[in-house]
Design a protein around this ligand. Sequence first.
Ligand code: 48F
Length: 261
Amino acid sequence: MKLDEIIISRAIIERFGRKFSQGLDIDVAIVGAGPSGLVAAYYLAKAQARVAMFERKLSVGGGMWGGGMLFNEIVIQEAARRILDEFGISAEKFQEEYYTVDSVEMVSTLCSAACRAGVKIFNGISVEDLMIREEAVVGLVINWTAVEMAGLHVDPLAVRARFVVDATGHPAEVVQVLQRKNPITLKTPSGSFQGERSLWAEAAEHSTVENTGEIYPGLYMAGMAVNATMGGYRMGPVFGGMLLSGEKVARLLLERLGSSK
Ligand code: 48F
């Protein structure tokens, strides 16, 4: 076999073009490929929803890689262990109801399962704005992260989605941009973005799952973005709530998609 650089280049361009084009008009667009986003994407795609995921960084996995303070182990509590079982991720019992997971196994396995279920993951792409119709979110405005970093004046492209999920973690970037650019009321106690509070793992893990849901018509939130938006606490390197939040948002969206199909 004689390798031709132009065939290699054309293969990449055409196959990416096909994938990108399929990702432009979908059921659910997920912003952020951390634990909550990856789990949500997996369950949605497994149920045949058309899902695309946009991740600012080259690497997926969000805050999982570094475990706690760069010790690359994360803690999962009993309530979320069944989700690890669903993915075939090995958890080691530390003491009653506490389990540890190697963070690299966690990231790679969640990502692999999402891809195999049919999720289209676009890394190196940042969501900078939302597409709006009347009183609802109907898609994303995206650009290359490299363009964002270079500060180049390059217009973005758009993605249409029946539903958008903010899974951007602590900054809750999607909710924040919606509020900053539009005169809207969010479904929070104050009607506005509340901001994250300090560390209280027990309360935070509960509220992140409890408040997972629709924050504005067409816009759902999962993971740490939920607590940041609702004024909840941070939880540190315990990840059960992230997994359960991802699972919950997928279930809520599948109910919506089922009723709108
Ligand atoms: O922060 P992240 O892991 O979100 P999560 O699923 O999990 C939070 C935990 O990692 C941890 C915690 C719980 O134990 O407190 O922090 O809520 O992943 C969020 C991903 O979103 C990407 C970001 O690079 C990260 O990988 N992201 C953020 N803003 C954007 C974005 C954006 N505007 N466009 C695309 N990706």
